[in-house]
Design a protein around this ligand. Structure first.
Ligand SMILES: [Zn+2]
Length: 411
């Protein structure tokens, strides 16, 4: 019997719902699935049979009986489908094969060639080819290639229009990858990918509205609204680090002044510490950093702050308050259920950093918004971009489980 498109879509959505329930709550019986998903016993039975045939779930034994026969339990099989994830960084890029739970099966990192964009793209192709070659036996299970890159992408997510950190404009990445690989390709900005990664596999599971905020050498954000990445009209939404928090603040690479990234990211903390050491301030930072002021690391500053040094604490808190003001603005604007705070700087400052941000945000958000959001640390931590890259491919598969052979899948 031919199914019409509408019925097929409903079935795919139901398949996605069931698969995610088995993933999150398994081992689980068919009867429990009927109860928790409110789908009919027939629908559950038919779809579970297909999920079993596709190897996406397996039967793992018997559960407790509630009177009658003991039910057979179903368990999710994360390795049934895989994705190639590419995390493009300035100092290090990583190419990996990941499973449906974000576990890395194989990974290789390299220093990207930023001399010219042809070599930069060739390197990416070379490393994807290598990793596919190394796992040739898995090739039929690979759903696609997901790439997380810094910079601004065009609306179709095919070209890197501009990236100040890579130093390139107009990199036709999609076209280059499409010429070399027959797999579906998904490219997105790294902050968008990170936000989706946390949503699908990290701290944001089952949260439809969230914003991921990263603090490292700069500040970035990825916005998820209604379970989808929010791009804005031109694909450039989420440039959180370039929102102004201090009209007369220090100049930013973007040409503006007092951008959040300039005022609150790690270099701002370091340069304030250098300043305090240079003017001879009384501070325990010196106990943790014996070298020249210009060589101070974030670690010395954090150690002094943990030691209750007022100078170190005031440097950190000033920067974190700028960040919190920005986050309060995000909450007032978007009303997300969760703000997920990540990046190496937040990691180094944990838990002081997130506590300060929570405190300041609670004073800044409008009354009434206070009970409806939560600010949590990143769960994926330093894997957020590579896992995020894979979820560019996986998220659509998990939402609408598609049983077509992987090479024909158009996700
Ligand atoms: Zn800026």
């Amino acid at each position: 019997m031919r199914q019409n498109a509408h019925a097929r879509l409903i079935k795919q959505v139901n398949s996605g719902t069931l698969l995610k329930h088995i993933r999150d709550q398994g081992p689980i019986s068919r009867a429990e699935l009927v109860k928790t998903t409110k789908l009919s016993p027939t629908t559950v039975s038919v779809i579970v049979e297909e999920l079993l045939q596709e190897g996406l779930v397996t039967e793992v034994g018997m559960g407790e009986s509630s009177g009658g026969r003991r039910p057979i339990l179903l368990e999710f099989q994360p390795k049934a489908r895989l994705a190639v994830g590419v995390d493009i960084g300035v100092r290090k890029s990583t190419v990996a094969i990941l499973d449906l739970l974000g576990n890395t099966l194989l990974s290789q990192s390299y220093i990207p060639n930023l001399q010219n964009k042809q070599l930069f793209v060739q390197d990416i192709i070379h490393h994807i080819s290598e990793i596919l070659q190394a796992r040739k036996s898995l090739e039929q299970d690979i759903l696609g290639i997901g790439v997380a890159t810094p910079g601004l992408l065009d609306r179709e997510k095919k070209n890197i229009v501009y990236s100040s950190s890579l130093g390139f404009t107009d990199v036709p990445l999609y076209e280059a990858l499409e010429q070399h690989f027959s797999l579906p390709i998904r490219i997105d900005n790294d902050m968008n990918a990170a936000a989706l990664g946390e949503k699908v596999m990290g701290a944001g599971r089952n949260i439809s509205h969230l914003i991921y905020v990263s603090v490292e050498t700069g500040i970035g954000a990825g916005i998820v609204i209604d379970d989808r990445i929010y791009d804005g009209a031109t694909g450039g939404a989420g440039e959180f680090g370039h929102t102004t928090v201090e009209p007369a603040g220090a100049p930013c690479k973007c040409g503006n002044r007092g951008c959040l990234g300039v005022m609150a990211a790690e270099p701002a903390m370091i340069s304030r510490a250098i300043q305090m050491l240079t003017i001879g301030a009384q501070t325990k930072i010196r106990d943790y950093h014996q070298g020249a002021p210009a060589e101070i690391s974030l670690e010395s500053l954090v150690l002094a702050a943990r030691d209750h040094d007022p100078v170190a604490l005031s440097i950190m808190n000033d920067c974190l308050d700028y960040l919190a003001i920005g986050i309060a603005n995000l909450i007032n604007l978007f009303s997300p259920a969760a703000i997920i705070l990540g990046g190496s700087t937040m990691e180094a400052l944990h838990p002081m950093g997130i506590e300060r941000v929570r405190h300041t945000v609670s004073q800044r958000v409008i009354h009434g918004a206070q009970r409806s959001y939560t600010i949590v640390p990143s769960q994926l931590k330093d894997r957020v971009k590579i896992v995020g890259a894979s979820t560019l491919v996986f998220s659509e598969f998990l939402d609408y489980v598609n049983f077509l052979a992987p090479e024909k899948v158009r996700i």
